[in-house]
Design a protein around this ligand. Structure first.
Ligand code: GTP
Ligand code: MG
Length: 679
């Protein structure tokens, strides 16, 4: 591997046999005249950035065997970013020493596998009438670290600034990682990077770069559109030189690679490097860490979600990848979508993580959900894959525009309302209590197709969309695996937006575990908790615990146990969990989650009563006839009319929620006068 200095300072060291003209070259560059009296060694000089061709500050360092030891030479080689090996064209011995002495010495001064870029400089061309370039080209083939060669004359001031230009270029836009002189072709690493760039730029995914895509590419890389005339010239070059470089008046991948090969062969490495750098590649042709993982601060208690721009980008990507337009990604379409990435981000676990279509293919919903989950649990991976997929190129400077960092959870608790769009629910319960089945039921409609074997998979998270007051939210269920009953829960197993404690109603010993978990971890915490009795289709048996579930809930003031069976798989359990997460510590809000209940309420009671029911003081409220299902509904949530404080809270809370609920908006619009006059 050739090591190029990535610091923005170029240090050029001149070495070579005695008398080849090293010092003369440096002094000629500085004074623009040939010095008659030459000291053994020139002082180190610094050329400011604005007078160098590549606008990079450059140090030029001389070497003198008389003044310096071998150790100093080794140190100088290590410090240099590029080395000019100078020989005299009229002295064959100095040419022979390039391969017998200087290049091996430079290699030996470097750690294994690392090579320093070298420029070969043939001085004193004023003394001969032949060229040594052919000889030197064969050396270049043998030593890939030799980036370029140049013949010059200090005496005639010929090609002096070129030497330093080539040296700068060898550091800033080296050829070797891009091109193999031996094979006369792009290196494999370079091809790989350019193939990815081609795919990212192929916006419509047809395997060709049309004029629009080429223009887009040009603007992104060089901040300028491609002139129509230049575009035509490029196409003409391809048509002339390479079969299948142009198809349907657009550039093929073959043509795109050929163009870059041509740039490099014509010494225009900087063009290819500019493209590669714009797409995040470093000097080793790897995507740089800074590009893949831009720094992002996530305070403790905050979480990370996809921003609107992130979702838009991913939706467009999905639509592009769904070639057959069936609204789902077949395994082939899925693989194609990620073909510009080093590997697939998710494996076969998708099936158990998000909802898929009947063939097990990712739908758009599942696709966005899977990204939402990755953004929540593995932000670096999301940032990395967004970079691979070209978010930075198409949309913004950095992937951070695709991410939203939520406010801290303690603020949500304080405000009793969460602004997040992804909630995490931990599902905790004894072994065999039905946690995994409950999680699977969240993403599967028909649980009859799920076998016992399907419940054994080690998938920890599943995610789906639920509606909370008409807004789409993602709910993540995390299946907390219990190894031993007495094992303590880790802090990361406790902290979540809502907790679902699960017991098996048919197993008399399963409630005790979650009762203890509740007392130990959740009784004092602010995390909303829902106790769920699973396998509700079975016969309920008394629990071997000092309190039965209902008594326990009543004592600890948690909602009464909810019952769930995978057989009927009622999804309102999940809506309820998401609602609790959205309004932590705000039980009044939870009662409104049943939309159909509200519709019934609306339809079966005069509007005035509903509005009074929601807004009037508890005392006045009681004097109105109650809608038929309200008592049961409220009891169901542990909110009985006997709790005046709770009613007061409910009144205020509901007023706030009403603003966002469309049912209530309708009510206000139609009957504003009635409702306010009755208060
Ligand atoms: N004809 C001709 N003579 C040159 C040229 N460049 C340097 N010389 C002469 O070559 C001799 C050696 O030049 P230096 O610049 O001292 O060579 P050097 O490589 O620094 O030598 P050391 O410091 O001993 O390693 C001097 O007499 C220079 O005048 C050139 O381009 N043409
Ligand atoms: Mg000298």
């Amino acid at each position: 591997m050739v090591v190029w200095s990535n610091s923005r300072l170029v240090r050029i060291l001149l070495v070579g046999d005695q008398g080849v003209g090293k010092t003369s070259l440096i002094l000629t560059l500085v004074s623009e005249e040939f010095p008659e009296d030459v000291p053994p060694k020139a002082e180190e000089i610094t050329i400011p950035a604005d007078v160098t061709p590549e606008q990079v500050p450059t140090n030029i360092v001389d070497y003198s065997a008389i003044e310096q030891t071998d150790d100093t030479l080794t140190e100088e080689i290590a410090r240099a970013s590029v080395i000019c090996v100078v020989y005299s064209v009229e002295d064959e011995g100095t040419i022979e020493r390039i391969t017998s002495h200087w290049l091996p010495l430079i290699r030996d001064s470097m750690p294994m596998d690392q090579k320093k870029p070298v420029v070969l400089v043939g001085n004193k061309v004023d003394l001969v009438d032949f060229s040594t370039i052919d000889l030197v080209l064969s050396i270049m083939e043998e030593y890939p670290e030799v980036e370029s060669c140049v013949e010059c004359s200090a005496k005639m001031l010929h090609n002096i600034s070129e030497i330093f230009y080539y040296a700068q270029k060898a550091v800033l836009h080296p050829t070797t990682p891009l091109y193999s002189t031996e094979e006369q072709d792009l290196t494999n690493d370079c091809k790989k990077a350019l193939v990815r760039i081609f795919k990212v730029c192929d916006i419509d995914g047809d395997g060709l770069l049309n004029d629009y895509e080429l223009n887009h590419f040009q603007r992104r890389c060089f901040n300028a559109p491609l002139q129509p005339q230049v575009l035509d010239e490029v196409k003409a070059v391809l048509i002339k030189n390479i079969p299948d470089g142009i198809r349907h008046d657009a550039v093929t991948l073959k043509g795109f690679l050929y163009l870059h090969c041509l740039f490099i062969q014509r010494g225009r490495n900087e063009t290819t490097w500019a493209v590669l750098r714009r797409f995040g590649y470093n000097e080793h042709l790897e995507m740089s860490k800074e590009y893949l993982h831009p720094p992002v601060k996530v305070p403790p208690g905050s979480s990370t979600e996809l921003s609107h721009r992130g979702q838009q980008f991913l939706t467009a990507l999905f639509d592009r990848a769904d070639r057959d337009g069936d609204g789902a990604l077949s395994p082939e379409e899925f693989k194609n979508l990620f073909s510009a990435c080093p590997s697939l981000p998710w494996m076969s676990d998708i099936k158990w993580t998000v909802s898929t279509n009947e063939n097990g293919f990712l739908t758009l919903h599942g696709w966005i959900s899977r990204w939402a989950l990755m953004t929540l649990v593995d932000l670096p991976k999301t940032l990395e894959y967004l970079a691979y997929l070209g978010f930075n190129v198409h949309e913004n400077e950095s992937q951070l525009a695709a991410i939203h960092v939520t406010r801290e959870r303690r603020l949500d608790f304080a405000k009793k309302q969460s602004s997040r769009s992804v909630y995490v629910c931990h599902v905790i319960g004894q072994k065999g209590a039905g946690k995994t089945a409950l999680c699977r039921a969240f993403i599967y409609e028909d649980m009859k197709k799920i076998t016992e074997k399907d419940l054994r998979g080690g998938v920890q998270h599943c995610i789906n969309v639920v509606q909370v007051y008409g807004q789409e939210k993602h709910l993540v269920l995390r299946d907390i695996d219990v190894r031993q009953v007495l094992d303590p829960l880790q802090p990361n197993e406790v902290h979540c937006d809502v907790c679902c404690l699960v017991y098996d109603i048919g197993n008399p010993s399963s409630f005790e575990y979650i009762a203890r978990i509740y007392i130990k971890y959740f009784a004092e915490s602010k995390i909303p908790v829902l106790i769920v009795g699973t396998k509700a289709d079975l016969l309920e048996v008394p629990q071997n615990y000092l309190l039965q579930p209902t008594e326990f809930c009543s004592k600890y003031k948690v909602l009464p146990p909810q019952f769930f069976s995978v057989r009927d798989n009622k999804k309102d359990l999940f809506t309820k969990l998401a609602t609790m997460a959205a309004f932590p510590r705000f039980q009044a809000a939870w009662i409104l989650f049943y939309k159909h209940r509200l519709v019934q309420l609306w339809e079966t009671t005069p509007l005035r009563r509903v509005v009074n029911f929601l807004f009037m003081s508890p005392k006045t409220q009681m004097s109105w006839p109650r809608p038929f299902n309200v008592d049961r509904h409220l009891k169901h949530f542990g909110l009985t009319p006997g709790d005046p404080l709770m009613w007061w809270k409910a009144g205020l809370g509901i007023a706030a929620i009403t603003v966002v609920g469309w049912y209530m908006v309708r009510a206000f619009q139609r009957n504003q006068t009635t409702s306010y006059s009755s208060r």
